[in-house]
Design a protein around this ligand. Structure first.
Ligand code: URA
Ligand code: ZN
Length: 379
């Protein structure tokens, strides 16, 4: 693709790919999550365990659809990713595996699977020099030494720029002290975490009518609340005091965190237990400090109101554009994804006359923070 002269780089930091190696891994499984071919169409579908409606079923239970998410070519073929990028004038994408990542893999297989998936993704990125980078997947069900070994190995993979992680961590959430050595290894390797939700909230939250609204409640509210709670727990446990160099890029503009940070701070300041524990010192590192020093937010929030909150909370130099491709595909099969154009227009709405702010969020922050080589070779 010829580079647009005079246009600043557009970088997508939130864009998923399920490499063929991952699909093959899930196709061998008999339990959820698994991948099968849907015979009538020959398409793959992913049967995952979340998000679900209150009746415990996904939204796709009809005879004309498989019981899960159809993984069309956009989900697994890099040629589709590249044509999506070309069509939407995205110069660079930082790929991440989608949920459920490697969270389900048996302990004894996790190391090999992580290596296979990460090597495959590195290789795919290498086929499009300058245009593709990736966040690696960690073998979180394996022993600590294996997880740390993979972090050290990822550091040596040419196109890896961080790791993608769900909110369960090793199974007990992100405030789990067993994660501290992992956080430390990531910080030492200068690999940020791309924190992404995948489990949603318990189905009961959506009430008996939840399924009548399709996937709207779990995806619009469940995912962002999941991230908000996970990250808040991480902050409250003091992870950023213990590992001050840790950097986390939070999906969906940090969920509700930018909006709720003030209230969270007020709750901390008024909490008897925090006072009794001697934690309300004047030099306490606040959530605002964490937002400005340890947390980056993506721009996948679809409106200027949420995006403004994200920028206000973390700073204009800490918010990075994303699309969540191939999720949010247009229902009519159109080539243009509103998940690109609406999120881009929200950035312009926030910076109607400020090209510097616009360029930072649309690409320059990602290039600087993730060390993405500028420039695109023709492909
Ligand atoms: N976005 C994702 O990344 N995963 C989903 O399952 C849905 C939306
Ligand atoms: Zn996503």
């Amino acid at each position: 693709m010829a580079r647009n002269v005079g246009r600043k780089l557009v970088v997508d930091v939130h864009t998923h790919l399920y490499p063929q190696a991952y699909i093959d891994l899930l196709a061998q499984r008999t339990e959820v999550p698994f991948v099968r071919r849907w015979e009538p169409t020959g398409q793959f579908y992913l049967c995952n365990r979340t998000p679900q409606n209150s009746n415990g079923r996904g939204s796709n239970l009809s005879p004309s659809r498989p019981p899960g998410r159809i993984l069309d070519a956009h989900y697994h073929q890099i040629s589709e990713k590249i044509s999506f990028m070309d069509h939407h004038q995205i110069d660079i994408s930082v790929l991440s595996l989608g949920n459920p990542w490697l969270d389900f893999v048996d302990e004894d297989k996790a190391e090999d699977f992580a290596m296979v998936i990460n090597n495959a993704t590195n290789e795919i990125c290498g086929q499009h020099p300058g245009r593709l980078f990736f966040f690696g997947a960690l073998p979180l069900t394996a022993a600590e030494s294996i997880i740390i070994g993979e972090i050290e190995r990822l550091k040596t993979l040419q196109l890896c720029r961080g790791i993608v992680m769900g909110t369960e961590g090793l199974g007990a959430g992100l405030d789990d002290p067993r994660l501290l050595p992992i956080y430390t290894a990531l910080a030492e390797a200068s690999l940020p975490i791309f924190l992404h939700p995948g489990y949603g909230l318990p189905g009961s939250v959506w009430g008996p009518k939840g399924s009548e609204y399709g996937q709207v409640l779990p995806l619009s509210l469940g995912f962002p609340m999941e991230s908000t709670i996970a990250l808040t727990r991480l902050y409250l446990s003091g992870v950023f005091d213990k590992v001050p160099e840790l950097q986390i890029i939070v999906a969906h503009s940090g969920g509700c965190l930018p909006f709720l940070a003030g209230r969270l701070e007020a709750c901390i300041e008024h909490d008897r237990k925090w006072d009794d524990d001697g934690k309300l010192t004047s030099d306490r590192s606040t959530l605002w400090n964490a937002l400005r020093n340890n947390i980056y937010l993506d721009g996948v929030i679809f409106d200027k109101v949420g995006l403004r909150a994200a920028i206000e909370a973390s700073g204009v130099d800490r918010v990075m554009f994303g699309t969540d491709h191939p999720f949010f595909a247009p229902l009519g099969g159109e080539k243009t994804f509103p998940a690109m154009t609406v999120n881009r227009d929200a950035v312009r709405d926030v910076f109607p006359e400020d090209d510097e702010g616009y360029d930072l969020v649309m690409g320059e922050n990602a290039v600087r923070v993730l060390g993405l080589q500028a420039g695109i070779s023709d492909s």
